[in-house]
Write a protein that binds this ligand. Structure first.
Ligand code: GN1
Ligand code: MG
Length: 352
């Protein structure tokens, strides 16, 4: 099961969800992991996805627990449909595991449009966190998205194994910088775990309404495969590495926008019911440094392995070239985070 699903796979997947009446599906671009389709059925709109095989189907137990809890608290969240096999997914054997969710209204943006949009998005994330503070769910272990030691080990193994790869020399040079950079970072230390999203890339937030596009209202957060208990610094570090890098992920240069950082922090804090402890705030200073380094390692490893992140066939000859560019972009961002550490610390530690 590689490449895009065929029309007959798509038809079988749609037929596996009895709630869908007269569905019509069209591909939806944007995510890097799953194959996604927008579905219009007689009673509404849905999202159909062929789930990447690295995500075990038990991921849907986590998604269902979180989305049910959010909806009970009136925070918009998609609802997973039940398949004819009675599960929130359909296993089509060699054609993969598929799921259908109701579609939240709204549009997404690859990059933050303005500080006011960042403030509103931060508040949406704060409401998401606040609503989940009392969730009692034992999360199934699916895939540790933010496990820096494992991602560094994967990169080390990829560099050792793929010596004949056309990009090997470039990736090996970047990897050496990443390993040295990691050794220079402070260690995270122990902080409590909180229920988080795990992938707060900016285009996983939806906005709707009328008026200028930077003044739309956040309406929900999608891409829930990574929900879990996690330290706040991983959750927000991942948000900030995406939101504060306004050039996006597809260029080798990067800057860290402190105005966006300050606005999103303010919005997030304003909506929380359990504010971060002084210890969490100190770890939050480094979160974006750890996550930009980690994502450099992930993209660099995939530049050689070419098996995880989706890529743009119109702009690059193969997955490796796109992922190497992304890795360079995250590495440039990592340098920019180091250069802004003091300014971020001042904002985060104010009043502690
Ligand atoms: C993936 O699924 P998507 O495109 O929202 C990835 C994130 C990376 C991001 C980089 C489950 O996010 O961890 O930060 O690409 N999601 C997963 O663009 O691996
Ligand atoms: Mg996404």
């Amino acid at each position: 099961m590689t490449g895009a699903p065929s029309d007959s796979d798509l038809a079988r997947a749609l037929a596996a969800f009895p709630e869908l009446v007269h569905p019509v599906a069209v591909p939806l671009a944007g995510g890097l992991i799953h194959h996604t389709f927008a579905v219009v059925a007689h009673d509404g709109e849905y999202i159909l996805q062929r789930v990447h095989p690295l995500f075990a189907p038990v991921v849907h137990d986590n998604i269902a627990a979180v989305t049910d809890h959010l909806r009970r608290k009136h925070v918009p969240a998609p609802r997973l449909l039940t398949s004819s096999a009675g599960q929130p997914w359909a296993d089509l054997g060699p054609e993969g595991v598929w799921r259908v969710m109701t579609r939240l209204p709204g549009v997404s943006f690859h990059t933050v449009q303005s500080p006011s949009q960042a403030r509103a998005a931060g508040a949406q994330v704060g409401r998401f966190h606040a609503a989940l503070t009392d969730l009692e769910h034992t999360f199934k272990i699916v895939r540790q998205t933010h496990d820096t030691p494992t991602h560094l080990a994967t990169l080390r193994a990829a560099v050792a194994e793929h010596t004949g790869h056309r990009l090997h020399a470039d990736v090996a040079a970047l990897a050496a910088e990443v390993f040295a950079g990691h050794a220079d970072l402070p260690a995270p230390g122990d902080v409590p775990l909180r229920v988080g999203h795990g992938d707060l890339k900016f285009n996983n937030l939806l906005f709707s309404g009328t008026g200028p596009k930077d003044q739309l209202t956040p309406t929900g957060i999608i891409d829930l495969d990574t929900v879990d208990r996690m330290p706040l610094h991983r959750e927000l570090g991942d948000a900030w590495r995406s939101w504060c890098n306004r050039g996006g992920e597809d260029q080798a240069v990067a800057a860290f926008d402190l105005e966006i950082f300050a606005a999103s922090l303010e919005g997030w804090l304003s909506a929380l019911t359990a504010p971060p402890t002084p210890h969490e705030r100190r770890a939050l200073v480094h979160g974006v440094e750890w996550i930009s380094l980690e994502l450099t390692a992930r993209f660099a490893a995939d530049a050689l392995r070419e098996c995880y992140f989706g890529w743009d066939r119109a702009r690059f000859p193969a997955a490796g070239e796109h992922n190497l560019l992304r890795a360079r972009g995250q590495w440039a961002l990592h340098q920019a985070t180091l250069a802004t550490r003091d300014a971020r610390a001042e904002l985060l530690l104010a009043g502690t």
